[in-house]
Design a protein around this ligand. Structure first.
Ligand code: ACO
Length: 330
């Protein structure tokens, strides 16, 4: 047991596949235009993993960078959590594959499936083990190969998603760290975005494959309506208990689903444009990896400094949502 302390992020890493798929290229695949995609979503291009590159491969690359950034070795890690809806396979958990590939000790390793809110849920779970003193260092990786579950003949979804991974190492910190967390879920709205077949309800058959039921199905306009309120309410759920106002927040790192959702949610939260970090133009929606990669980029660009208060904010399939206030401690 370690001494009870606040948990903070002490290392960050990310990985994005080299292959870029532009809107122009999508114009040749489905009945769409660069103009429609960009004005309706804010996305210009996204990364697509190689055929031989699975979620665990991307996760390990991001994890190695995060460990280096934390000045730690794989054997220093006491817990591994991978947030993903595109695991290499149902089981073993992708976190177990990551443990093996990293050469970590035989520490607990498990996946969480809460779609785009996964990075925040993962940080929230890991932080409990650290602040309780149970573990010293936890690795949380958000990694997705959404291209593997995207229907490339469905223009209403295939223009939105991309692949990538972000990772954080958590440890005890003397100052700052994770100050508050707000998580939630509404299973009643689970039908708005789902992958219908391949589980125990509808196992894989010739018919499910022909029916394209192993790809993401989404009610985009309905999701859109809920997303704006959910993101604003989640952020308030994390900031209000601390008495924080919009002007106290250095940067909001949101899940990158759609620029119109983010602009509307930001307005509701009373945020200025320069208080929101955006990268969806370059990567699209990478589910759990979106907010993780956005955080890594914002830190690398020097937009977050020691003592700054930032808010991670996400919603996703489930529906699930999560927001977290972190006082940067590096
Ligand atoms: N290119 C051209 N036209 C298209 C395309 C496309 N790629 N996709 C849809 N359209 C058409 C539709 O067929 C429709 O045509 P119609 O009016 O003739 O029927 C028209 O565009 C409008 O369609 P809508 O779905 O109403 O368009 P909307 O403005 O709602 O934008 C979008 C669609 C971008 C999907 C939006 O609803 C959205 O972003 N929703 C939220 C999605 C989301 O957040 N998903 C992920 C959350 S969970 C997770 O991340 C895992």
């Amino acid at each position: 047991m370690c001494e009870s302390k606040k948990a903070g992020i002490i290392g960050l890493g990310m990985y994005l596949p080299d292959n870029v798929l532009t809107n122009k290229e999508l114009e040749k695949m489905v009945d769409t235009t660069d103009e429609w995609i960009f004005t309706r979503t804010g996305i210009k291009e996204r990364r697509i993993a190689r055929n031989d590159e699975a979620t665990s491969d991307m996760a390990v690359n991001a994890a190695r960078e995060a460990l280096k950034d934390a000045y730690l070795k794989p054997e220093d890690i006491d817990l591994i959590i991978v947030a993903t809806i595109t695991p290499d396979m149902f089981f073993p958990a992708t976190a177990c594959l990551v443990q093996e590939k990293l050469g970590a000790r035989l520490v607990p390793a498990f996946d969480i499936s809460v779609a785009c809110s996964g990075f925040i849920y993962g940080l929230a779970i890991a932080s409990q083990f650290i602040s309780s003193g149970t573990y010293k260092h936890a690795l949380v990786v958000a990694a997705e190969k959404l291209s593997a579950i995207t229907d490339w003949s469905d223009r209403s979804t295939c223009v939105l998603f991309g692949d990538g991974a972000g990772a954080a190492v958590l440890g005890p910190v003397d100052e700052g760290g994770i100050l508050s967390t707000h998580l939630g879920a509404d299973g009643g709205k689970g039908d708005l975005i789902k992958l219908p077949a391949g589980g125990s309800r509808i196992p894989a058959t010739k018919e499910t494959i022909e029916g394209r039921l192993h790809f993401i199905k989404m009610n985009g306009s309905e999701l859109f309506k809920h997303a704006v309120k959910i993101m604003a309410d989640a952020a308030l759920g994390a900031t209000q208990p601390l008495g924080l106002k919009a002007e106290d927040i250095k940067l909001v790192i949101p899940h990158q689903a759609n620029i119109r959702i983010l602009n509307a949610a930001a307005k509701r939260m009373g945020l200025k444009q320069n208080q929101i970090y955006l990268n969806l133009e370059r990567y699209g929606n990478m589910s759990a990896a979106s907010s993780a990669v956005a955080l890594v980029e914002a830190v690398k660009k020097g937009l977050i400094k020691k003592g700054d208060k930032i808010v991670l904010d996400a919603f996703g399939g489930g529906l699930t949502w999560g927001a977290m206030v972190i006082e940067w401690s590096k």
